[in-house]
Design a protein around this ligand. Structure first.
Ligand SMILES: [Mn+2]
Length: 387
């Protein structure tokens, strides 16, 4: 049995006011090619399909294209759970009818105990797949009347329900696979995940998943596993924050034998544009752009120059068209020095203005001009002091 595990597509996400839809289309096309090449028995998507509970029309359209390609053209079943960014109710629209065509949308907790059997060719063996849609403890209490108050207790309860259901089913001999969207304790987060609850109360123990043959996890955007390699996050399909600049994005290809033992292989995804952080002085960065074949990457630039620069963003964008964010740590240190005293402050402002003047005119201010500006600053500071 061969499964392809992915999660956290976040279709329709904006990043620094820029739509990532074309980047998502690009990487999902690659995934379709990988699915066609490796022909898994099913594709598992562990939540955060969309970025918002009410996704934009173009996002719905892209997901529709991708799913119909997998289910209809490639005739491979797809099992999806909702994540904390999705609306489970909306995702499970028409899910009963869609099951016929191999699309299993598990958005409601009540559907968790309606597992999907994936049989081998002879139908005598296979795996049983349970989707656990994202649910907070209150939801688990409401749906099952369970006495749980934390995410960890809720997950313990749900996993125990699954074990019991499996043992009583006609598939009791088959290995069990689960999909879950949760924060497994001890795993590494990144800046693009929205916390499930405040103050670390969202963590669940990896132990709950110990007895499943494979746990296809979603929510954390870096690929990783905890406890054992089969308790595994595939990671998001793209970098969704600069904190992920060193991540490698991939999908998991999982081979499971009849005993439930897994072999996991990571299949790399290559982005249309990478997300990187560049640090240095303006002139050096502009010069480096000439030999940079990936100048169109999405960039955060940290300028280390200590003086004021006129339209730094405009200058950088002429070399790197997709600079999304600019930081000026060089100016920041100067700012701290300036805080030491009024006189220092005035001097700092004068220096800043001098830099600005130089940028615009190409000349230093003469003594007359310097005097005028200092007098102006002086009077501005006096009026600040006025009650
Ligand atoms: Mn996510």
């Amino acid at each position: 049995m061969r499964l392809l595990h992915t999660s956290d597509w976040h279709i329709g996400r904006q990043f620094h006011n820029l739509s990532l839809l074309e980047d998502q289309r690009w990487v999902l096309q690659q995934m379709l090619a990988l699915i066609a090449e490796h022909r898994p028995d099913a594709v598992l998507i562990a939540g955060d399909i969309y970025d918002r509970s009410v996704p934009p029309a173009a996002a719905v359209q892209l997901l529709d294209q991708v799913l119909s390609e997998i289910c209809n053209q490639l005739a491979i079943p797809v099992i999806v759970i909702s994540g904390n960014h999705d609306s489970g109710e909306r995702l499970s629209f028409a899910s009963q009818s869609l099951r016929q065509s191999g699309l299993h949308m598990v958005g409601q907790l009540e559907e968790m105990l309606n597992p999907i059997p994936l049989a081998d060719q002879n139908s005598e063996s296979g795996v049983l797949v349970y989707g656990i849609p994202y649910a907070d403890p209150a939801r688990v209490r409401d749906s099952f009347g369970a006495d749980v108050s934390s995410h960890d207790q809720a997950m313990a309860y749900l996993c125990q329900q699954i074990h019991q259901h499996h043992q009583e089913s006609q598939y009791a001999q088959w290995p069990v696979i689960v999909l879950s969207h949760c924060f497994v304790d001890g795993c590494e987060s990144s800046e693009s995940e929205r916390p499930l609850s405040m103050g670390g109360a969202d963590r669940v123990s990896a132990q709950h998943f110990n007895d499943f043959s494979y746990s296809a996890l979603g929510h954390l955007h870096g690929r990783q596993y905890r406890g054992q390699p089969s308790i595994c996050y595939s990671g998001s399909i793209l970098k969704y924050s600069f904190s992920e600049q060193h991540h490698h994005k991939s999908v998991n290809l999982v081979e499971i034998d009849n005993q439930g033992d897994c072999q996991i292989q990571q299949l790399e995804l290559k982005p249309r544009r990478d997300m990187r952080v560049l640090e240095g002085e303006l002139q050096a960065l502009l010069a480096a752009a000439e030999n940079d074949s990936n100048r169109e990457d999405y960039l955060l630039i940290r300028l280390t120059d200590k003086h004021a620069i006129l339209d730094a963003m405009g200058k950088l964008r002429s070399a790197y068209p997709n600079v999304l964010h600019l930081e000026r740590p060089g100016l920041h240190t100067e700012g701290e020095v300036r805080l030491q005293g009024r006189e220092q402050l005035k001097k700092g402002e004068l220096t800043m203005f001098n830099d600005f003047f130089q940028q615009v005119t190409g000349d230093e201010m003469d003594s007359q001009q310097c005097l005028m500006v200092s007098q102006l600053l002086e009077s501005l500071h006096r009026s600040d002091d006025a009650p």
